[in-house]
Design a protein around this ligand. Structure first.
Ligand code: ASP
Length: 406
């Protein structure tokens, strides 16, 4: 049976058992919740090394790219701007849909009491005075900043000096992905252990919010494609958006069904080259980079889910905290692997960056694959839109006539 199916069974099972235990929720909290807690501890265990290693590797690929300065600069600029817009759309929809409102799950006292810092402090705090301290405390923005410095600096060194460093972290990142895979294989039990006590204490009304989360993420993805990518290809590449979406539809469909940007790469390269006439050079540079560092759909999903979790616990996120989410999700997307479920692990990092309870991610965990399909699709469409406009600005876009007739 596929893992996704098992996770769904865990979710549904948790809802049913939770519903049966509504009259005596202490059974759920005493005997079932520890399994959920164990799953959360496992996720927490890998966050710091995973983020550190994968960001160093991600940043190192950006550093390489810098050598191709003009195209590299344009590509990275486009990737970061569109990702930031995506988180903003996610936050707006999260505010509008209010998916987690009205449940008021009690929070641990220390989370509720956590003071939100001002925007200036938030920005200053990004630079760690002691990076090891940042790692020990799991301060996500500091870890991201330090990893970016390390990765980019390593690529500016001579090959024999910088490469061993990057190789080590590449290998660490691979090990972390392996452990992530193992932890995700426990997700059905983890989701069961986390959902059962929540439903037992709150009743089945917790399910409506999940439907709202799905609607908000799907609508956000559609809006992002309709607003951002359409405008970009129309104004910069002078191509009709409909025509663009048709041309890259094989990549979009593959991404939707595999939930993996990396796995979709061969199809995206083919689609932009054959259907849009993007040059070899641009396609083989912009798309692999995009599959590694550009995750608009993932960032949008994190915006929606962070608000969902805050609302779930009745916590208000102030402006500085929402700005922190934009920053963490945008920069964090650089270190998100293009594989199924990677964005969910990064969501826990985003939640941690603003002091939201990670338990909130559990509810999302049960429906994560449905969200992953939409966000991966947008991640890949974003990459192909970048290839198209970069090729256009470089004079390397030769749209074939056959597509014009589609
Ligand atoms: N599955 C996504 C991708 O491959 C990453 C994520 O989980 O958000 O693009």
């Amino acid at each position: 049976m596929k893992l996704t199916t098992k996770i769904f069974i865990g979710l549904i099972g948790g809802v049913i058992v939770g519903f049966l235990l509504t009259s005596s929720p202490e059974i759920a909290t005493t005997y079932i919740k520890p399994f959920g807690d164990l799953f959360l501890r496992l996720i927490k265990m890998i966050i710091v090394p995973l983020v550190l290693s994968s960001l160093i590797v991600g940043a190192a690929s950006v550093g390489d790219v810098k050598k191709l300065s003009r195209i590299g600069g344009k590509t990275i600029g486009y990737y970061l701007c569109t990702t930031a817009v995506a988180v903003l759309i996610g936050l707006i929809l999260g505010n509008l849909f209010n998916p987690g409102a009205g449940l008021n799950i009690p929070v641990d006292a220390e989370v509720a009491a956590a003071e939100a810092p001002s925007i200036v402090d938030t920005l200053l705090n990004i630079v760690p005075t002691n990076p090891l301290n940042g790692l020990v405390q799991g301060n996500m923005l500091q870890i991201i900043a330090f990893a970016l410095f390390l990765g980019i600096a390593a690529t500016t060194l001579p090959e024999n000096k910088g490469k061993p460093f990057i190789n080590f972290f590449e290998s660490l990142a691979e090990v972390m992905y392996k452990i992530t895979g193992f932890i995700m294989s426990l997700a059905p039990y983890g989701v069961f252990g986390l959902i059962t006590p929540v439903v037992a204490m709150n009743g089945p009304k917790v399910l409506l919010p999940l439907i709202k989360v799905i609607l908000a993420v799907y609508l956000g993805c559609l809006l992002h494609a309709a607003l951002v990518y359409s405008t970009a290809v129309k104004t910069i590449a002078k191509i009709s958006p409909l025509y663009f979406f048709k041309a890259i539809s094989p990549a979009a469909i593959t991404a939707f069904s595999t939930s993996s940007s990396s796995g979709t790469l061969p199809v995206s390269i083919r689609s932009v080259k054959e259907n849009l006439g993007v040059s070899d050079g641009v396609a083989s540079f912009v798309l692999p980079l995009g599959a590694t560092i550009n995750m608009d759909g993932t960032a949008l999903y994190q915006g929606v889910c962070a608000l969902f979790v805050a609302q779930l616990y009745g916590l208000d996120l102030n402006f500085a905290q929402q700005a922190t989410i934009v920053l963490t999700a945008t920069l964090g997307s650089i270190g998100t692997a293009g594989i199924p479920g990677a964005g969910f692990i990064m969501l826990t990092m985003v939640l941690q960056s603003v002091g939201l309870p990670l338990e909130g991610a559990a509810l999302v965990g049960g429906i994560d694959r449905i969200l992953d399909m939409a966000r991966t699709c947008i991640n890949v469409v974003g990459d192909t839109s970048a290839a198209t406009i970069i090729a256009a600005t470089e004079g390397e876009l030769n749209v074939p006539n056959k597509v014009l007739e589609m």
